[in-house]
Design a protein around this ligand. Structure first.
Ligand code: SF4
Length: 370
C-alpha cells in the first residue's frame, strides 16, 4: 500500500480507468464496478468509439464541483471532516495481488459527529475540547451526488445494494490510508432537493465489498498474466447491449457494433400506433380540463368533510346517522395507521442479502404532465 501526493490536479481526476504500469495492471478505484472488457480496452489504450456526450460531462463535472458543498454541510452538522485538497490530491494505491493494484484519491476523511450533532460540536468548541474523547477512529468518507430518484434508491436500499462499487472504493481507501478496513461513510447529496444524508457501513461489510471487488477484477490480472497487454485478447463481456452500462460505454461500437446499430433503431422506433401532434394536444387539453374539475370537486369534498368532522366533535360522537339527498348515511371518524421503516437503521443492522429479502424493488412507468 502506498500513498503519495499529486500535483497538478489534472492527473488525479482524469486518469484512465485502467492502465499498465511497472508490470502491473492498475485499476482506478472509482472504476471498480466497470465492465472488465471496458477496463481492458482502457488499459490497452483503445480509442473511445462512443465518447460521453457533453451533457454527461457537464453532469460529471457538476457532481465533482458539489463535493465541497457536501463537506461544508457535514461540518455544519458537527462532523470533523478533512477534505482532499484538489490541487494536491493524495493518491492511494492498494496492492490486490502481484500483478494488480487499485489507485484512487479519497474525497475526505473524518470523525462521526458527537451525539447531539452540530450543537454538541459548538459546545465542544466553546469549552475548548479540540478532540472529543469519544471521537472514535478517523474514517474514510466517500462523497457522492445523485439525482432525486437515485438518492431515494440509495437511502432505501443502502449503498451496498444501490452502488456496491462505492463501498468497495471507500474500503480500498481505508486500507490504503489506515492499513485496515474500518467502518466507512458514504455521504450523498440529492442534487434535486439539495439535501444530504450519510450511511455508515460497518468494517466487516466494507471489507467484504472490497474482497468481492478484488475477486472480480483479479480475473483481469490472470488475463494479463496469460496474454500480456494484448489489445486483441479480450476478456468476456460483463453485460449485454440492452444494459445501461453498455448504452453508456465509451467502447460500445468497438465491442458490439451490430448491437449498437440495433439499439439506435430501437431508440428511434415508435412504440405502438403513431400519435399526431394534434391528437397529443387534444389529450393534453382533456387532461387539463379533467384535472381542474377534479381539483374543484376535491376541494368541495374536503370542505364538506371538515364540517362533518366538526359536527361529530360538537356532538361528542365518533359515528352518527344523517339524512343525505337520496338516503340516510352514516358519518363516522376512521382512524388510519401508517407504518414507516427507518431505512438507515435497517441498513446499519442487516447485511445487503438480508435487506434484499425484506426491501424489494418494483418499477412502474407513468406519464407526468408538469
Ligand atoms: S459495450 Fe458493454 S460489454 Fe462491451 S465493453 Fe462496454 S460495457 Fe463491456
Amino acid at each position: 500500500m502506498t500513498t503519495e501526493t499529486h500535483t497538478p490536479q489534472r492527473d488525479a481526476y482524469t486518469r484512465p480507468a485502467a492502465r499498465f504500469q511497472d508490470g502491473r495492471l492498475d485499476i482506478r478505484a472509482s472504476a471498480l464496478g466497470q465492465c472488465r472488457r471496458a477496463l481492458w480496452y482502457a488499459a490497452t489504450e483503445r480509442p473511445a468509439t462512443n465518447p460521453p456526450e457533453p451533457d454527461s460531462l457537464t453532469l460529471l463535472e457538476a457532481g465533482n464541483a458539489l463535493e465541497p458543498v457536501v463537506v461544508r454541510a457535514m461540518q455544519r452538522d458537527g462532523w470533523r471532516v478533512s477534505a482532499a485538497d484538489r490541487d494536491r490530491s493524495q493518491s492511494v494505491t492498494v496492492e490486490v495481488s502481484e500483478r494488480l493494484t487499485v489507485t484512487g484519491h479519497p474525497d475526505a476523511t473524518g470523525y462521526l459527529p458527537p451525539e447531539g450533532g452540530a450543537v454538541a460540536a459548538v459546545e465542544q468548541f466553546l469549552f475548548g475540547a479540540e478532540e472529543p474523547a469519544d471521537a472514535g477512529d478517523e474514517l474514510v468518507i466517500e462523497i457522492k451526488t445523485r439525482g432525486p430518484e437515485a438518492f431515494k434508491r440509495w437511502r432505501t436500499l443502502g449503498a451496498e445494494r444501490s452502488h456496491p462499487e462505492s463501498v468497495a472504493q471507500a474500503a480500498c481507501y481505508s486500507l490504503g490510508l489506515f492499513g485496515e478496513v474500518r467502518d466507512v461513510v458514504i455521504a450523498t447529496l440529492d442534487t434535486g432537493a439539495r439535501r444530504w444524508d450519510h450511511e455508515v457501513i460497518p468494517a466487516s461489510r466494507a471489507e467484504r465489498a472490497w474482497r468481492e471487488a478484488g475477486q472480480r477484477i483479479a480475473v483481469l490480472a490472470d488475463h494479463y498474466e496469460a496474454d500480456g497487454p494484448d489489445p486483441d485478447a479480450l476478456p468476456e463481456r460483463d453485460f449485454t447491449a440492452a444494459d445501461w452500462k453498455c448504452k453508456r460505454c465509451p467502447y460500445l461500437n468497438l465491442c458490439q457494433p451490430g448491437e449498437a446499430a440495433a439499439l439506435e433503431d430501437e431508440t428511434d422506433a415508435e412504440p405502438g400506433e403513431p400519435v399526431t401532434d394534434e391528437a397529443a394536444q387534444t389529450a393534453l387539453r382533456d387532461y387539463e380540463q379533467a384535472q381542474s374539475q377534479n381539483k374543484a370537486s376535491e376541494q368541495d369534498k374536503r370542505t364538506a368533510l371538515k364540517t362533518l368532522q366538526r359536527w361529530l366533535q360538537t356532538k361528542g360522537e365518533s359515528k352518527a346517522r344523517l339524512e343525505g339527498s337520496a338516503k340516510t348515511r352514516t358519518v363516522g371518524m376512521v382512524a388510519s395507521r401508517r407504518y414507516s421503516v427507518d431505512h438507515k437503521r435497517l441498513n446499519a443492522l442487516l447485511d445487503h442479502e438480508q435487506r434484499a429479502e425484506i426491501v424489494t424493488e418494483q418499477v412502474s412507468e407513468y406519464v407526468r404532465v408538469s
